[in-house]
Design a protein around this ligand. Sequence first.
Ligand code: FE
Ligand code: FE
Ligand code: ZN
Length: 273
Amino acid sequence: MLKIGCHLSSSKGFYHMGEEAISIGANTFQFFTRNPRGSRAKPVDEADVARYLDFAGRHGISCILAHAPYTLNACSADEHTREFALLTMEDDLRRMEYVPGNCYNFHPGSHVGQDIDKGIEEIATILNQILKPQQHTTVLLETMAGKGTEVGSRFEELAGILERVELKEKMGVCLDTCHVYDAGYDIVNNLEGVLQEFDEVIGLEKLRAIHVNDSKNPFMSHKDRHEKIGQGSIGLGALRRIVHHPKLKELPFYLETPNELPGYAGEIRMLSD
Ligand code: FE
Ligand code: FE
Ligand code: ZN
């Protein structure tokens, strides 16, 4: 059975997300650790977490994925912006220990005026400060579309970050189908080739999660606009081949398509059967 879910609002807590996931036929979900604009996180509600863990155990929910605020920039030229990313991610990882054994995904960042190698160095520096040997969360770098000066639209860039991280066993990659297609990896016509390239450059064992999104824009557009499943340039057939691929089908899949809950329920059915 597929491990599949979608992005849910975390504003009402873990138990509520668990109930929503079950209501749409999901067995996992993704959520923002705080307001995506990066404001202060609410304190962890331990009673809510306990209730959620019991519910998740009874309903087979697992592999939930926390997503860092997308406004963080771990490779900004501005030191205070980098410091803010470090403190936010450190706090998020501390909070994730309440739901141990899951993953935490973040956008590597945009190097803006600096060069890409400097950006890669800075991201790795921050990871080396926040990763702890005793943590129970795997931190994932998301593959990016290559909008502006985003780091992480080439597998080599993600490999460059991973190489520089000391606690390698705490790290992995989350592949976003819209982003990689926008970035110029042809998962529609050459899925085998893309997976082979991922394996050679990063290592398929590092792939820990997949964001399943269609794209509003054509191949290699570097735009990053998600579309509903089957209504974009990637299409239902290609996305079904991904979620059922023998090398990928054990991974957790998360929809980040422009939908409300009924739309997500439909997409889970379209991809699962
Ligand atoms: Fe993301
Ligand atoms: Fe994504
Ligand atoms: Zn995106």
